[in-house]
Ligand binder design. Structure first.
Ligand code: ZN
Length: 395
């Protein structure tokens, strides 16, 4: 029988990610290594021992400061098996997990028997893979920008996610946020010697207002004009929140980057080991884009996320649905794509887009429940599932 092996197991993938972050031989020699280049919290690696089968046991931990003390949260014991590396692979798996709340272990002993908690084994290894992946090349800067609700209480689609993708020689920053706190220093620190590309998912205020800190930014050609001039956010004049004083000091005209470069559907960028393709998905705005990597991530920007949806006029819904179909097709073609939206939780899977597609199709049936929402000059309709609230433009 002809057997074809497709893809790699989670354990092989974990090994691969781990070996991109640290050199195992160096770790064994030095006993401890710190991975600093992308973390705000350092990622620490400690070599513990070899087990009876010569497998390598190490500990990975994040440290943060609490009341002046360094606390490890979480920390995981990991086992690396290189015994079959000459047959084309090596594996790495999680053994234990410790955070502020509990200690869990995959393998435990009762008398002479080894007990495997298989549910925990699956969960921990999935977590570990994601953890290493995030530390390897993907940073969400959401903790370093104010939540959009901080600017005006009408917004509930928090948090805002700004992603920094680190290739081997280029880095890509997707969006620059609300422009309320300095961002560039932080980004410079994270990217090291890499060149930086700055992309806008689209031109709505919570995504481009930090542009002025960066010399050059890319946006889809349909929205180049909007961000080529200072951005008028005077609709926040009456916000009850203190923070808008920062905008008031600039007369609610937020300066932009010197150079704005246009993007087109299909444009490709090489970050070194990670390749990025631009997918034009009009609907939420005429120049909304999504980014697809060759490593299995789809950044869905504001084209798809859970929560408040800002939609164009009812007549333009076919444009929105067409863009969502394009993404659904992509997800079906490329199994196991992870979705990273620009708001709320991540990673998501294809159900985010199919849920949204069905939800927007169903607006027709809910049309009579619409209420005017004047701040957005929109109709508000609440989805029956509770997953979405729609603001449909009236202008
Ligand atoms: Zn938007």
């Amino acid at each position: 029988m002809n057997q074809k092996i497709i893809g790699r197991t989670t354990y092989e993938q974990i090994y691969e990610k781990l070996s991109k972050i640290i050199n195992l031989d160096e770790l064994i020699k030095k006993k401890a290594l710190k991975f600093k280049s992308t973390g705000f919290m350092d990622l620490n690696f400690d070599f513990l021992r070899f087990d009876e089968q010569k497998r390598i046991i190490i500990v990975i931990s994040h440290y943060f400061k609490q009341n002046g003390d360094m606390v490890a949260d979480p920390d995981m014991e990991i086992r690396i098996d290189k015994s079959w590396v000459e047959y084309g692979g090596a594996t790495c798996e999680a053994l234990t997990f410790q955070d502020a709340y509990k200690y869990q272990e995959v393998y435990s002993r009762s008398k002479s028997n080894e007990i495997i908690n298989s549910r925990l084994k699956t969960a921990l290894n999935k977590f570990l893979l994601q953890w290493l992946k995030n530390n390897l090349f993907l940073k969400n800067l959401k903790n370093f920008v104010p939540y959009v609700e901080v600017v005006h209480p009408v917004y509930t689609n928090d948090p805002l996610n700004m992603y920094l993708i680190l290739g081997s020689h280029n880095a890509l920053l997707l969006d620059t946020g609300c422009g309320l706190y300095p961002l560039k220093l932080l980004v410079d620190d994270l990217i090291g010697k890499r060149n930086l590309l700055v992309f806008k998912s689209h031109s709505h205020w919570d995504h481009p207002l930090g542009n002025v800190e960066f010399g050059e930014v890319y946006i889809h050609e349909n929205e180049v004009d909007i961000i080529s001039k200072p951005y008028d956010d005077s609709y926040f004049k009456d916000s009850p929140n203190e923070i808008v004083k920062i905008y008031a000091e600039k007369n609610f005209l937020i300066p932009t980057a010197k150079t704005i470069k246009p993007l087109k559907d299909g444009d490709a960028f090489d970050l070194g080991e990670i390749k990025i393709k631009v997918i034009h998905c009009p609907g939420h705005s005429p120049g909304s884009i999504c980014l697809l990597t060759n490593t299995g991530e789809l950044f869905t920007s504001n084209v798809a996320y859970y929560g408040d949806q800002f939609l164009p006029k009812r007549d333009d819904f076919p444009v929105v649905l067409k863009s969502l179909s394009k993404l659904i097709e992509l997800c079906e073609k490329q199994e196991k794509l992870e979705l990273y939206p620009s708001h709320r939780s991540y990673p998501c899977d294809i159900t985010l887009i199919t849920d949204l597609y069905k939800g927007i199709e169903n607006i027709e049936n809910l049309w009579d429940t619409k209420k005017p929402f004047d701040f957005f000059e929109a109709w508000q309709i609440d989805d029956e599932s509770g997953k979405f609230r729609y603001y449909i433009s009236r202008i």
